[in-house]
Design a protein around this ligand. Structure first.
Ligand code: C2E
Ligand code: CA
Ligand code: CA
Length: 782
């Protein structure tokens, strides 16, 4: 507020001017009255001297007569000196000047000239009488008749005795002097009355001016206060002021927002509308102005809780406020969104269970606690069996409902203190604290048991199982990542062991897991170090014995492990995602090599280099773009490339399957050949086969090799070949190792063959040499 005041004070200048005006008025009035008083006092002092001199004239006149009489009686006296003083004093009284001193009595006194007609007339008469008196006195001493002395004062004295005449003149002089002194004194009184009146007028004038100005100031201040109040009230900001006695002020915006009258908020009443959890916070903040920013809940008249965010300003030392000011805003919406976001960040929308992030957090805390207290805990990782089928055949809505039902069943089977989470898909996690191994296994059993009854979704019953991995943590330090990973390994073990069961994580699994991780790391490293290469196995046309294609097969020569079979590392690459890098490497190598052969004119018409595509690559999407890019980069015509995909990868249901089929379809349109690998091992969708963009069916090695001795395998081989032909496709037999096998596939009409009998997969150089050979009628190149 002090900061704002200095930048925004519309009336501050005006009020300052008013105060200055009041002060100036007072100063003027006071100064004027002082000047008046001084001048009046000075005037009075002068007049006192005048009155004194005037009064002295009377004494002087009488003394003069006595001195004349003394001289006449032969006594010593100096009437002439007294006469001089008398006359000169009369003159000084009238015209101003110095009234001479009277020996032994008064000092010489400076007098101003008399003003005012009455007094001047009286003094003129007095002066004339003094002259007449002294003239009569001189005449008496000179023994001339005083009556002969001309009278200037125009007084007609009917006394003839010269002494009596002198006495009369002295009496007249005394009278006139007395009158003059009285007149002067009266004038002085009048002056003092005037002074009092003037002073009073000045006082009244000053007071009323000041009052007027002060009223103006009050009005201005009121306007200013009203202005600020309306600013405060109309602003959406909520302003609250807290003093030692609780809430002292609540702006209208506060009362408007809460719907409570401000009387309900003032004083100690404010605490009643604050959320109980926040009362202490608000109380401390409102008494200490610490912390500077708080968020607290407050109840409106409808009983709803609103969230206020308040900034505190300590204005306790500001004498205008003397309190702590809270500038608050209603942030309920924001707080709600934040809470929702936090909820979203930590919860699974579908089941309202915790999500993986929250689970991880809880596990971290539980492990930290276990490290301190040695308390055991268990983590269970649950993967549903048979969920994919429901999801794929009935759609996502049914799948979602099913997941909700499962979540409900699991919640019923666990304690509220356990953390049950959905990790995504059909994977759930459960954290059981203070659980010994027996307890953990009992919980796993209860989860399986909870699914033993079929679940109802859209009026249909579904039987769903689960594979559960259990990790037991005996107590002490632990790592959440590792714990979850181990649970995952145990879960896969449960799946491998035949599903719908739980497996407890053990050291053997740990070792396998470590091996797998190790292998993955080496695999990625090996790819960068160029430890991978492609081998090419020729494909023979059974009618012409000509090499009509090659299958590109990946080889890894690890410096530490030696030659590793793709059957061993491909599943690891698929599980870890390294397959995407590997897959691109395979495509680039095979295409570049084929482009070289093509450029060298070594390839017969219809030649195809087949590469294997992992199901994981297909369902992840992007194969179409990758293949197109690689073809472009290597300049290989699309028709020279073939992709081998497994039956399960291509018949996949759901959006991933659809996308995969669409991508293959587009590639097929562009000329790329498609083969179904290991055909016959799935037998899932023979009928759909004609809808797929397929050119070739590869009969799986197990049928080809079994056909020799096993009638059923022979029949399957024959049927697959017939089916291929019925669909207008070519049939290739894999794994031909012997002449008998070759004969048997030839007899059922197989078009092409591949196997050690013709050639093993060969390094690029050897394959190139083989392709460069002139065409041989005898196909036994191996
Ligand atoms: P597949 O696609 O069925 O590949 C044929 C496998 O049979 C190859 O094994 C090949 O060496 C082997 N083979 C060929 N002729 C004979 C024969 O006469 N007798 C016997 N017993 N075997 C024969 P390989 O190279 O060890 O590959 C194993 C599997 O690894 C492949 O099976 C394929 O599924 C996968 N694979 C190999 N290379 C790649 C690749 O580049 N990408 C992907 N995704 N998978 C690959
Ligand atoms: Ca293959
Ligand atoms: Ca195969």
């Amino acid at each position: 507020m002090p900061g704002r005041r200095s930048t925004f004070a519309p009336f501050a200048g005006r009020s300052r001017r008013t105060i200055v005006a009041i002060l100036v008025t007072f100063a003027l009035c006071w100064g004027l009255s002082v000047v008046l008083s001084i001048s009046a006092t000075q005037g009075s002092q002068h007049r006192a001297a005048v009155v004194e001199v005037a009064a002295r004239q009377r004494t002087l006149a009488e003394r003069y007569v006595n001195e004349i009489l003394l001289v006449r009686a032969g006594e010593p006296a100096d009437p002439a000196a007294t006469a001089t003083v008398l006359v000169r004093s009369a003159d000084a009284l009238l015209n101003g000047g110095t009234a001479p001193e009277v020996q032994g009595d008064d000092d010489a006194t400076a007098l101003p000239a008399a003003s005012g007609s009455v007094i001047r007339r009286q003094l003129m008469q007095e002066k004339r009488l003094a002259v007449d008196l002294t003239a009569a006195g001189s005449a008496l001493l000179a023994h001339t008749s005083p009556a002969a002395v001309p009278m200037t004062a125009n007084e007609h004295i009917n006394v003839t005795d010269p002494v009596e005449r002198l006495r009369v003149l002295a009496g007249l002089t005394s009278n006139v002097s007395l009158n003059a002194a009285r007149t002067i004194a009266t004038a002085d009184d009048a002056n003092i009355s005037n002074l009092i009146i003037t002073q009073s007028l000045l006082g009244i004038g000053g007071l009323s001016t000041s009052l007027l100005l002060a009223l103006g100031l009050i009005a201005a201040t009121r306007r200013q206060t009203a202005h600020f109040r309306s600013l405060v009230d109309s602003s959406t900001d909520l302003v609250l002021v807290f003093g030692t006695d609780g809430c002292r002020y609540a702006s209208q915006s506060v009362t408007r927002m809460l719907g409570h009258p401000d009387t309900a908020l003032l004083g100690a009443g404010f605490a009643d509308v604050v959320h109980p959890d926040d009362r202490e916070l608000v109380r401390t903040a409102a008494t200490r102005a610490e912390p500077r920013e708080i968020v607290f809940g407050i109840r409106n008249h409808l009983g709803e809780w609103r969230q206020l965010e308040a900034h505190l300003t300590d204005l306790r030392s500001d004498r205008h406020i003397r309190g702590i000011v809270l500038n608050a805003r209603d942030v309920s919406e924001r707080v709600r969104l934040e809470e929702q976001l936090v909820r979203q960040a930590y919860h699974d929308d579908l089941t309202q269970l915790a999500n993986r992030v929250l689970f991880r957090d809880r596990l971290d805390h539980a492990l930290a606690r276990s490290e301190r207290t040695d308390a055991p805990l268990a983590v269970l990782l649950v993967d549903l069996d048979g969920f994919k089928q429901v999801n794929d055949s009935l759609g996502h809505d049914a799948g979602d409902q099913l997941l909700r039902r499962v979540a409900e069943r699991f919640a019923e089977a666990t304690r509220p203190s356990d953390t049950l989470a959905r990790f995504g898909g059909d994977e759930f996690g459960l954290l059981v604290e203070d659980a010994d191994p027996a307890h953990a296994e009992a919980v796993a059993g209860r989860l399986l048991e909870s699914l033993s009854q079929p679940l109802m979704v859209s009026d249909r019953e579904f039987a769903i199982g689960a594979s559960i991995g259990v990790v037991h943590h005996a107590g002490g330090p632990g790592n959440s990542d590792e714990t979850i990973r181990n649970a995952d390994i145990a879960m896969y073990a449960a799946k491998e062991a035949g599903r719908n069961r739980f497996a407890v994580f053990g050291e053997d699994m740990a070792r396998r897991a470590i091996d797998l991780r190790q292998l993955e790391q080496e695999l990625r490293l090996g790819l960068r170090r160029g430890e991978f290469s492609m081998h090419y196995q020729p494909e023979i046309d059974l009618a012409s014995d000509a090499i009509v294609g090659v299958e590109a097969l990946l080889r890894w020569h690890s410096p530490t492990r030696g030659q590793i079979s793709p059957a061993e590392f491909i599943p690891v690459a698929e599980a870890t995602g390294a397959i995407f890098e590997l897959g691109e490497f395979v495509l680039r190598e095979a295409c570049a090599q084929t482009a070289q052969w093509h450029a060298a004119g070594m390839l017969a018409d219809g030649f195809v280099t087949w590469t294997n595509l992992s199901g994981r690559q297909l369902s992840a999407g992007g194969v179409g773009a990758l293949v197109t890019r690689v073809l472009g980069d290597t300049g290989l015509p699309a028709g020279l490339l073939g992709l081998e995909v497994t039956e399960t990868a291509i018949v996949q249901d759901g959006s991933a399957g659809e996308r995969a089929r669409a991508e293959l379809h587009d590639l097929h349109e562009s000329g790329v050949r498609i083969a179904i690998d290991d055909f016959g091992t799935g037998f899932s969708s023979l009928g759909q086969l004609r809808h797929f963009p397929v050119d070739v069916i590869k009969v799986d090695r197990c049928f080809v090799q079994g056909a020799e001795h096993n009638a059923k395998d022979a029949a399957i081989t024959a049927n697959v070949v017939s089916l291929a032909h019925a669909l207008g496709l070519l049939a290739i037999a894999e794994g031909i190792e012997s002449e008998t096998q070759l004969e048997s596939v030839r007899s059922v009409g197989c078009d092409r063959a591949q196997g050690y009998l013709f050639a093993r997969p060969l390094p690029a150089a050897e394959a190139t040499a083989l392709l460069a050979e002139p065409r041989r009628g005898d196909s036994q190149a191996a």
